[in-house]
Design a binder for this molecule. Structure first.
Ligand code: KIV
Length: 267
């Protein structure tokens, strides 16, 4: 195993012309699997509120839930950088941000935290977190915690003024000390432009191939759900179908009295 990934390695990867590979995970098993597959960053995203807990938005994710899941993932990850997401309303003040970021590092074993937006408060929170020894990833473009402000899952930065603002936000986050910035639902050309204008890497989701890295939600990537897949998701397998088929065969075997009688079940 190569040495563990630390937050400063993300900029090094960009300098060396290597793309950052990031994926979400929410428990020990998925942490082990994605780490063994060799990703650089494992994000314990507040998307767990939707894909793990079945809510329609990320808003119900609480700090206690994020600590619980981040701790489980961290137990399974040996090499990748584990990033804990700071959930909705966890950074209302700079003090909250530091206390909650500190929990993700100290109680849960994260190697960095991520927070959404680039308001004056967020930038102050980033500076305070970094000053306390907590590496931070930013997240701009469509920020899911503000879904109600945006009025839905909408691409951001479509007009000239919004595009200019987003570049400013990315630069301000870099200046405040983030180690990388997630760009979500951003037009391809704008994401590429922002990437070219930053020293830190951009990590895109629904932002095109011009980003310095990519992130996907684990459940989308492996195809755990087959009924609803976001447009920007890339499905590399249909694991949900494999599980459904396996459990279906098990059910049929139990009902027919064949369970534990077949060689392939025992092997
Ligand atoms: O919560 C999450 O999974 C995220 C990624 C989609 C970037 O923030």
């Amino acid at each position: 195993m190569s040495r563990p990934v630390r937050a400063p390695d993300l900029s090094r990867l960009k300098r060396e012309g290597q793309r950052v590979v990031a994926v979400t995970a929410y428990d020990y098993a998925s942490g082990v699997m994605v780490d063994r597959a060799g990703v650089d960053v494992v994000l314990v995203g507040d998307s767990l509120a939707t894909v793990i807990l079945g809510h329609t938005t990320t808003l119900p994710a609480t700090m206690d839930v994020m600590v619980h899941h981040t701790r489980a993932v961290a137990r399974g990850v040996q090499r990748a950088l584990v990033v804990g997401d700071l959930p909705f309303l966890s950074c209302i003040t700079v003090e909250d941000a530091v206390r909650n970021g500190g929990r993700l590092m100290q109680e849960a074993g994260a190697g960095a935290v991520k927070l959404e937006g680039a308001s004056a408060l967020t930038l102050a929170a980033v500076r305070a977190l970094v000053a306390q020894g907590i590496p931070v990833l930013g997240h701009i473009g469509f920020t899911p915690q503000s879904v109600h402000v945006f009025g839905g899952h909408k691409v951001q930065g479509k007009d000239e003024e919004a595009a200019r603002r987003m570049l400013e936000e990315a630069r301000a986050l870099q200046q405040a000390g983030v180690s990388a910035v997630v760009l979500e639902l951003v037009p391809e050309a704008l994401a590429a432009h922002i990437s070219l204008n930053l020293e830190i890497p951009t990590i895109g989701i629904g932002a095109g191939p011009g980003c310095d890295g990519q992130i996907q939600v684990f459940h989308d990537l492996v195809g755990l759900f087959t009924d609803h897949v976001p447009r920007h998701a890339a499905r590399y397998a249909r694991v949900g179908d494999v599980i459904g088929e396996a459990v279906g065969r098990y059910a049929a075997d139990v009902r027919a009295g064949r369970f534990l009688a077949r060689e392939e079940v025992l092997s």
